[in-house]
Design a protein around this ligand. Structure first.
Ligand code: 4G0
Length: 239
């Protein structure tokens, strides 16, 4: 997958994309990320990329011209799914991430200030939000989306393994995990995990996943599951 990012703050992306799993995915040649400065495409001598809203109101609006020209240059006539990161988008979840991870090419447009000139919507295919809150720009959401997609791309280290593991807990939150030592500062790893009895470990993990989910995300559980009998994921399970 190739991901192009259009932003007024390209310097924000350096560290995140070289370190971490995204770095490894890129090194492995399975993900290719290119960051572009929208300001390089302004056609005025002051390199101004934003302006006041027609009709009045607070804040600045990202201008259409540099975005259109940046998009044209980056696409170079090739097709791509063009995504605007905005609090007005549909909220990112694992289902949307899996869908987007199938794409060959994405362009992520990072909005800023109070938003972007509405005419930009003519060159946008999809609006994505990472949650119901407002940030100063779409850069962090673009990093979140790129990270989320990269770990789902077939061949990226561990992608098949984690996909298989996610289906185990089946729409519930993850069960508790431990690593060595078996005793740390008086806190002991649950006995069941140490004795190697596979079926008992499975049953314990399922119970723990249900407890954690009931406590933190009761909305993920079916009514029957809350009452404690049926262990089944809802139809719109997110894992
Ligand atoms: C476009 C995304 C971009 C429009 C971007 C703001 C939060 C998210 C921005 C606006 C963002 C998110 C209309 C305020 C930049 N904040 N939740 N800020 N408006 O994904």
């Amino acid at each position: 997958m190739r991901i192009d990012i259009l932003t007024l703050f390209p310097e924000m992306f350096g560290g995140v994309f070289s370190a971490s799993m995204l770095g490894r995915a890129q090194a492995g040649g399975l993900v290719e990320i290119h960051v572009h400065n929208i300001r390089d495409y302004t056609d005025n001598k002051h390199k101004k990329a934003d302006d006041y809203p027609f009709g009045g109101g607070a804040g600045l609006i990202l201008m259409a011209q540099p975005i259109f020209d940046c998009m044209d240059a980056v696409l170079a006539g090739e097709p791509a799914r063009r995504i605007l990161l905005t609090p007005r988008g549909r909220t990112l979840n694992q289902k949307i991430a899996k869908e987007l991870s199938q794409e060959d090419r994405l362009v992520l447009l990072c909005g800023h200030y109070e938003g972007v000139d509405e005419r930009v919507m003519n060159i946008i295919d999809d609006e994505i939000s990472i949650g119901d809150y407002v940030l100063t720009g779409g850069e962090l959401p673009a990093m979140v989306l790129a990270d989320c997609l990269s770990r789902l791309i077939p061949g990226v280290l561990g992608s098949e393994e984690s996909a298989a593991d996610e289906s185990f807990s089946d729409g519930m939150l993850e069960y508790p995990q431990y690593t060595r030592p078996a005793s740390f500062r008086g806190m002991d790893v649950p006995e069941v995990l140490l004795n190697g009895h596979h079926a008992k470990i499975q049953a314990w993990r399922l119970e723990q996943a249900r407890l954690k989910t009931a406590l933190n995300r009761p909305d993920l559980l079916k009514e029957e599951t809350k009452k404690g009998e049926v262990i089944e994921a809802p139809d719109d399970a997110w894992l």
